[in-house]
Design a protein around this ligand. Structure first.
Ligand code: UTP
Length: 292
Protein backbone atom coordinates (compact mmCIF):
# COMPACT_ATOMS: atom_id res chain seq x y z
CA UNK A 1 0.00 0.00 0.00
CA UNK A 2 1.25 3.52 -0.82
CA UNK A 3 2.22 5.78 2.06
CA UNK A 4 0.50 9.19 2.07
CA UNK A 5 3.27 11.54 0.95
CA UNK A 6 1.39 14.53 -0.43
CA UNK A 7 -1.14 16.93 1.06
CA UNK A 8 -3.15 19.26 -1.17
CA UNK A 9 -4.35 22.57 0.29
CA UNK A 10 -6.93 24.28 -1.93
CA UNK A 11 -6.58 27.96 -1.01
CA UNK A 12 -7.97 29.62 -4.10
CA UNK A 13 -11.57 30.22 -2.98
CA UNK A 14 -12.93 33.75 -3.07
CA UNK A 15 -13.81 33.80 0.65
CA UNK A 16 -16.84 36.00 0.01
CA UNK A 17 -18.27 35.33 3.49
CA UNK A 18 -15.28 37.14 4.93
CA UNK A 19 -15.22 40.27 2.80
CA UNK A 20 -13.73 42.82 3.15
CA UNK A 21 -10.96 40.95 5.03
CA UNK A 22 -10.49 38.63 2.04
CA UNK A 23 -10.41 41.30 -0.67
CA UNK A 24 -6.60 41.31 -0.93
CA UNK A 25 -5.72 38.40 1.38
CA UNK A 26 -6.62 34.72 1.14
CA UNK A 27 -9.07 33.58 3.81
CA UNK A 28 -6.53 30.95 4.85
CA UNK A 29 -4.12 33.67 6.04
CA UNK A 30 -6.60 34.98 8.63
CA UNK A 31 -5.07 34.31 12.04
CA UNK A 32 -6.58 32.46 14.96
CA UNK A 33 -4.81 34.18 17.88
CA UNK A 34 -1.28 34.34 16.37
CA UNK A 35 -1.20 31.71 13.60
CA UNK A 36 -2.81 31.82 10.17
CA UNK A 37 -5.37 29.11 9.45
CA UNK A 38 -3.17 27.58 6.76
CA UNK A 39 -0.37 27.03 9.26
CA UNK A 40 -2.62 24.99 11.56
CA UNK A 41 -3.46 22.75 8.59
CA UNK A 42 0.14 22.41 7.38
CA UNK A 43 1.26 21.49 10.90
CA UNK A 44 -1.50 18.89 11.08
CA UNK A 45 -0.30 17.31 7.82
CA UNK A 46 3.35 17.41 8.90
CA UNK A 47 2.51 15.73 12.22
CA UNK A 48 0.62 13.08 10.25
CA UNK A 49 3.89 12.23 8.49
CA UNK A 50 3.36 14.13 5.21
CA UNK A 51 6.31 16.10 3.81
CA UNK A 52 5.14 17.34 0.40
CA UNK A 53 2.67 20.20 0.68
CA UNK A 54 0.90 21.35 -2.49
CA UNK A 55 -0.94 24.68 -2.33
CA UNK A 56 -3.54 25.39 -4.97
CA UNK A 57 -3.52 29.16 -4.91
CA UNK A 58 -5.50 31.93 -6.54
CA UNK A 59 -4.86 35.54 -7.31
CA UNK A 60 -3.67 36.39 -3.77
CA UNK A 61 -1.05 33.70 -3.42
CA UNK A 62 1.92 35.85 -2.45
CA UNK A 63 1.39 35.92 1.32
CA UNK A 64 0.99 32.12 1.58
CA UNK A 65 4.16 31.52 -0.42
CA UNK A 66 6.07 34.03 1.71
CA UNK A 67 4.73 32.52 4.91
CA UNK A 68 6.34 29.13 4.24
CA UNK A 69 9.53 30.53 2.72
CA UNK A 70 12.75 31.63 4.44
CA UNK A 71 12.43 35.22 5.66
CA UNK A 72 16.08 36.17 5.32
CA UNK A 73 15.89 39.80 6.52
CA UNK A 74 13.64 39.00 9.45
CA UNK A 75 15.82 36.08 10.50
CA UNK A 76 19.08 38.08 10.41
CA UNK A 77 17.43 40.89 12.37
CA UNK A 78 16.17 38.49 15.06
CA UNK A 79 19.57 36.79 15.17
CA UNK A 80 21.43 40.10 15.52
CA UNK A 81 19.13 41.11 18.38
CA UNK A 82 19.54 37.77 20.18
CA UNK A 83 15.81 36.99 19.90
CA UNK A 84 16.47 33.27 19.78
CA UNK A 85 12.99 32.03 20.69
CA UNK A 86 11.37 34.10 17.94
CA UNK A 87 14.03 33.04 15.47
CA UNK A 88 13.29 29.39 16.24
CA UNK A 89 9.58 30.07 15.85
CA UNK A 90 10.04 31.68 12.43
CA UNK A 91 12.41 28.92 11.25
CA UNK A 92 10.09 26.14 12.45
CA UNK A 93 7.57 27.18 9.79
CA UNK A 94 9.63 25.63 7.04
CA UNK A 95 11.36 22.49 8.36
CA UNK A 96 14.27 21.34 6.17
CA UNK A 97 12.51 18.09 5.23
CA UNK A 98 9.27 19.80 4.12
CA UNK A 99 8.73 20.57 0.41
CA UNK A 100 6.20 23.16 -0.70
CA UNK A 101 4.86 23.36 -4.25
CA UNK A 102 2.47 26.01 -5.55
CA UNK A 103 0.09 25.63 -8.42
CA UNK A 104 -2.33 28.22 -9.62
CA UNK A 105 -6.08 27.78 -10.09
CA UNK A 106 -6.70 30.56 -12.59
CA UNK A 107 -10.43 30.78 -11.86
CA UNK A 108 -12.36 29.67 -8.77
CA UNK A 109 -14.35 26.95 -10.55
CA UNK A 110 -14.96 24.89 -7.44
CA UNK A 111 -13.20 22.65 -4.95
CA UNK A 112 -13.14 19.69 -7.37
CA UNK A 113 -11.46 21.87 -9.99
CA UNK A 114 -8.93 23.12 -7.42
CA UNK A 115 -8.03 19.53 -6.50
CA UNK A 116 -7.67 18.64 -10.20
CA UNK A 117 -5.04 21.39 -10.53
CA UNK A 118 -2.80 19.30 -8.21
CA UNK A 119 -3.14 16.05 -10.14
CA UNK A 120 0.29 16.19 -11.81
CA UNK A 121 1.96 16.79 -8.43
CA UNK A 122 0.63 13.70 -6.67
CA UNK A 123 2.81 11.08 -8.34
CA UNK A 124 -0.04 8.73 -9.16
CA UNK A 125 -0.38 8.02 -5.42
CA UNK A 126 -3.21 8.45 -2.93
CA UNK A 127 -3.04 11.87 -1.30
CA UNK A 128 -4.59 13.99 1.47
CA UNK A 129 -6.74 17.09 0.99
CA UNK A 130 -7.02 19.61 3.83
CA UNK A 131 -9.37 22.60 3.77
CA UNK A 132 -7.62 25.05 6.04
CA UNK A 133 -10.81 26.96 6.83
CA UNK A 134 -11.92 23.87 8.75
CA UNK A 135 -9.67 24.11 11.78
CA UNK A 136 -9.49 20.67 13.39
CA UNK A 137 -8.33 19.84 16.89
CA UNK A 138 -7.78 16.25 17.96
CA UNK A 139 -8.49 15.24 21.55
CA UNK A 140 -6.01 16.44 24.18
CA UNK A 141 -2.98 14.14 24.12
CA UNK A 142 -4.33 12.12 21.15
CA UNK A 143 -3.41 12.10 17.46
CA UNK A 144 -4.61 14.99 15.31
CA UNK A 145 -7.52 14.39 12.93
CA UNK A 146 -5.48 13.77 9.76
CA UNK A 147 -3.20 11.39 11.65
CA UNK A 148 -6.25 9.43 12.81
CA UNK A 149 -7.32 9.24 9.16
CA UNK A 150 -3.89 8.11 7.97
CA UNK A 151 -4.08 5.34 10.59
CA UNK A 152 -7.52 4.34 9.29
CA UNK A 153 -6.21 4.43 5.70
CA UNK A 154 -3.30 2.18 6.70
CA UNK A 155 -5.78 -0.37 8.07
CA UNK A 156 -8.27 -0.16 5.20
CA UNK A 157 -6.15 0.63 2.14
CA UNK A 158 -8.82 2.82 0.51
CA UNK A 159 -10.09 6.41 0.53
CA UNK A 160 -11.16 7.84 3.89
CA UNK A 161 -13.18 11.03 4.43
CA UNK A 162 -13.72 12.78 7.76
CA UNK A 163 -17.31 13.20 8.90
CA UNK A 164 -19.23 14.62 11.82
CA UNK A 165 -22.94 14.67 12.68
CA UNK A 166 -24.61 18.07 12.18
CA UNK A 167 -28.10 19.39 12.98
CA UNK A 168 -30.65 18.72 10.18
CA UNK A 169 -30.95 22.41 9.31
CA UNK A 170 -27.18 22.52 8.60
CA UNK A 171 -27.06 19.66 6.05
CA UNK A 172 -27.48 22.08 3.13
CA UNK A 173 -24.06 23.57 3.89
CA UNK A 174 -22.06 20.33 3.48
CA UNK A 175 -21.40 17.14 1.57
CA UNK A 176 -23.56 14.50 3.29
CA UNK A 177 -22.77 10.76 3.40
CA UNK A 178 -24.74 7.61 4.19
CA UNK A 179 -23.57 4.02 4.36
CA UNK A 180 -23.24 0.92 6.51
CA UNK A 181 -21.26 0.58 9.74
CA UNK A 182 -17.93 -1.10 9.08
CA UNK A 183 -15.78 -0.97 12.20
CA UNK A 184 -15.22 1.45 15.02
CA UNK A 185 -16.11 5.01 14.00
CA UNK A 186 -16.19 3.81 10.36
CA UNK A 187 -18.89 3.63 7.76
CA UNK A 188 -18.62 2.13 4.30
CA UNK A 189 -20.00 4.93 2.16
CA UNK A 190 -22.92 4.12 -0.17
CA UNK A 191 -24.12 7.65 -0.98
CA UNK A 192 -22.53 11.07 -0.94
CA UNK A 193 -24.30 14.22 -2.04
CA UNK A 194 -23.27 17.89 -2.02
CA UNK A 195 -25.40 20.40 -0.09
CA UNK A 196 -28.74 18.51 -0.08
CA UNK A 197 -31.94 20.06 1.26
CA UNK A 198 -32.96 18.66 4.70
CA UNK A 199 -35.75 16.65 2.97
CA UNK A 200 -33.33 15.01 0.53
CA UNK A 201 -30.38 14.47 2.88
CA UNK A 202 -29.57 10.74 3.24
CA UNK A 203 -28.29 11.36 6.81
CA UNK A 204 -26.93 14.08 9.06
CA UNK A 205 -23.30 12.98 8.62
CA UNK A 206 -21.43 15.91 7.10
CA UNK A 207 -18.05 15.80 5.42
CA UNK A 208 -15.45 17.90 7.27
CA UNK A 209 -12.51 19.35 5.39
CA UNK A 210 -10.14 16.36 5.58
CA UNK A 211 -9.86 13.64 2.93
CA UNK A 212 -7.49 10.84 1.97
CA UNK A 213 -8.25 10.03 -1.64
CA UNK A 214 -7.29 7.42 -4.15
CA UNK A 215 -5.67 8.78 -7.30
CA UNK A 216 -8.62 7.49 -9.31
CA UNK A 217 -10.74 10.36 -7.96
CA UNK A 218 -9.21 12.75 -10.51
CA UNK A 219 -10.74 10.89 -13.45
CA UNK A 220 -14.12 10.94 -11.72
CA UNK A 221 -14.01 14.68 -10.98
CA UNK A 222 -13.35 15.29 -14.66
CA UNK A 223 -16.14 12.94 -15.72
CA UNK A 224 -18.81 14.39 -13.43
CA UNK A 225 -18.82 17.95 -14.79
CA UNK A 226 -20.45 20.89 -13.03
CA UNK A 227 -22.49 20.21 -9.91
CA UNK A 228 -24.04 22.26 -7.07
CA UNK A 229 -23.57 26.02 -7.58
CA UNK A 230 -22.32 25.44 -11.16
CA UNK A 231 -18.93 24.37 -9.74
CA UNK A 232 -16.81 21.24 -10.20
CA UNK A 233 -17.46 19.51 -6.88
CA UNK A 234 -15.05 17.19 -5.10
CA UNK A 235 -18.09 15.46 -3.59
CA UNK A 236 -19.31 14.49 -7.08
CA UNK A 237 -15.88 13.03 -7.90
CA UNK A 238 -16.05 10.94 -4.73
CA UNK A 239 -19.59 9.83 -5.65
CA UNK A 240 -18.17 8.59 -8.97
CA UNK A 241 -15.33 6.79 -7.19
CA UNK A 242 -17.85 4.84 -5.09
CA UNK A 243 -18.87 2.82 -8.14
CA UNK A 244 -15.33 1.43 -8.53
CA UNK A 245 -13.73 1.44 -5.09
CA UNK A 246 -14.53 1.34 -1.38
CA UNK A 247 -14.62 4.69 0.42
CA UNK A 248 -14.92 4.94 4.19
CA UNK A 249 -16.30 7.79 6.27
CA UNK A 250 -14.48 8.22 9.55
CA UNK A 251 -16.06 9.97 12.54
CA UNK A 252 -12.98 11.63 13.98
CA UNK A 253 -12.14 12.20 17.60
CA UNK A 254 -11.87 15.92 18.17
CA UNK A 255 -13.48 19.16 17.22
CA UNK A 256 -14.00 21.13 14.04
CA UNK A 257 -14.26 24.91 13.82
CA UNK A 258 -15.82 26.14 10.58
CA UNK A 259 -13.59 29.17 10.19
CA UNK A 260 -15.07 29.93 6.77
CA UNK A 261 -18.06 31.33 8.71
CA UNK A 262 -17.87 34.29 11.07
CA UNK A 263 -19.38 32.34 14.00
CA UNK A 264 -16.95 29.44 13.64
CA UNK A 265 -14.03 31.81 13.29
CA UNK A 266 -15.00 33.64 16.49
CA UNK A 267 -15.54 30.37 18.39
CA UNK A 268 -12.09 29.14 17.35
CA UNK A 269 -10.52 32.46 18.33
CA UNK A 270 -12.03 32.37 21.81
CA UNK A 271 -11.37 28.69 22.50
CA UNK A 272 -7.80 28.71 21.18
CA UNK A 273 -7.07 31.97 23.00
CA UNK A 274 -8.21 30.31 26.25
CA UNK A 275 -5.77 27.43 25.55
CA UNK A 276 -2.89 29.68 24.58
CA UNK A 277 0.14 29.31 26.90
CA UNK A 278 0.97 33.01 26.83
CA UNK A 279 -2.39 34.78 26.95
CA UNK A 280 -4.82 32.02 28.03
CA UNK A 281 -5.02 32.82 31.71
CA UNK A 282 -5.30 36.60 31.43
CA UNK A 283 -7.83 36.24 28.60
CA UNK A 284 -9.96 33.95 30.78
CA UNK A 285 -10.01 36.60 33.56
CA UNK A 286 -10.88 39.23 31.00
CA UNK A 287 -13.82 37.18 29.66
CA UNK A 288 -15.07 36.61 33.21
CA UNK A 289 -14.98 40.33 33.86
CA UNK A 290 -17.38 41.05 30.98
CA UNK A 291 -20.98 41.78 31.92
CA UNK A 292 -22.59 39.43 29.36
P1 UTP B 1 -15.68 27.41 0.23
O1 UTP B 1 -16.84 26.63 -0.16
O2 UTP B 1 -15.54 27.79 1.67
O3 UTP B 1 -15.61 28.70 -0.70
O4 UTP B 1 -14.38 26.60 -0.22
P2 UTP B 1 -14.80 30.04 -0.58
O5 UTP B 1 -14.83 30.69 -1.91
O6 UTP B 1 -13.42 29.82 -0.01
O7 UTP B 1 -15.56 30.90 0.50
P3 UTP B 1 -16.99 31.68 0.43
O8 UTP B 1 -18.04 30.62 0.49
O9 UTP B 1 -17.01 32.50 -0.83
O10 UTP B 1 -16.96 32.56 1.66
C1 UTP B 1 -13.88 25.50 0.50
C2 UTP B 1 -12.38 25.40 0.28
O11 UTP B 1 -12.11 25.19 -1.09
C3 UTP B 1 -11.23 26.18 -1.61
C4 UTP B 1 -11.35 27.35 -0.65
O12 UTP B 1 -10.16 28.11 -0.65
C5 UTP B 1 -11.63 26.66 0.66
O13 UTP B 1 -10.43 26.22 1.30
N1 UTP B 1 -11.63 26.48 -3.00
C6 UTP B 1 -12.95 26.63 -3.31
C7 UTP B 1 -10.68 26.61 -3.99
O14 UTP B 1 -9.45 26.47 -3.72
N2 UTP B 1 -11.08 26.87 -5.26
C8 UTP B 1 -12.39 27.01 -5.59
O15 UTP B 1 -12.68 27.23 -6.78
C9 UTP B 1 -13.35 26.90 -4.59
Amino acid sequence: MNKINTAVFPVAGLGTRFLPATKANPKEMLPIVDKPLIQYAVEEAYEAGIRHMVFVTGRNKRSIEDHFDTAYELESELEANGKTAMLELVRSLAPADMDCTYVRQARALGLGHAVLCAEHLTNGEPFAVLLADDLMQGEAGGPNVLKQMVQAYERLGNSVIAVQEVPLDHVKRYGIVAGVADGERLLKVQHIVEKPSPEKAPSRLAVAGRYILSHAVFGHIRKQGKGAGGELQLTDGIAGLLADEAVHAYTYLGKRYDCGSKEGFLEATIELALQHPEVGESFRSYLKSLQL
